[in-house]
Design a binder for this molecule. Sequence first.
Ligand SMILES: [Fe+2]
Length: 265
Amino acid sequence: MGIGGGNVMDVAKALSLMFTNEGSSVQYQGLNLIKKPGIYHCGVPTISGTGAEVSMTAVLTGPVKKLGLKCDWTVFDQIVLDPDLIATVPNDQWFYTGMDTYIHSVEAITGTKKNTFAEAYSEKSLELCREVYLKRERSEPKSDELLMVASYMGGLSLTYSEVGVCHALSYGLGKVLEMHHCFANCVAFNQLEDVYGEYVQEFKHMVKERGIHIPANLAKDWDEATLDAMAEVAYNLPHMWDHAFGPDWQKVLDRERIKGWYRRM
Ligand SMILES: [Fe+2]
């Protein structure tokens, strides 16, 4: 049983698979590399937004890669969604983590792999995020329930599509600077108006409405080696760039362009 946030649930999913698949989990980082189904596993989120309760990926940070074990058997056999369990999440975490599902939903429908399933789940998730972060108080009845379902729907949108630029950049921040995934997403998304346009404006609106602080000018403390290391992590996520820019993504994207995005943060 994985009771907790995205990391804990992902580790539970990975453990389930590693009970039945031999060797190190490092060798299974990627798509459909797992050979056998895992043991029965159950997820209980205590913070909402990552979609780890429903996704078919168990994100792991290995010695070289930050990449998930992704296959049909990763998915939990059972989940328990109880809004009472997220009632005491601190306000900033509640926002950052909720924005993970907002960003999943945006990325799922703004790339080459989008399809009607992804759009249906994304649009519902975005609608629920707007309800939670723009239209109601957190203390109102059902607010946490709506967020839990938004996280679930945003996670499902990725079952049918893919994440894009923001998550690729976020993985670099996570791997090199050990920045928390959802917080890193917010730092990156805040600077991606050239890619995600009005969605970034809406994100900034939600940040303002909720009085949340998203740091900027972090890049002034990053030396060239740090930028290179983060760009290398991000560049080596071809499935995300393929989704964002199409199969010829290497024609429009190089490490310098990635570093340019990091320098804005
Ligand atoms: Fe995410």
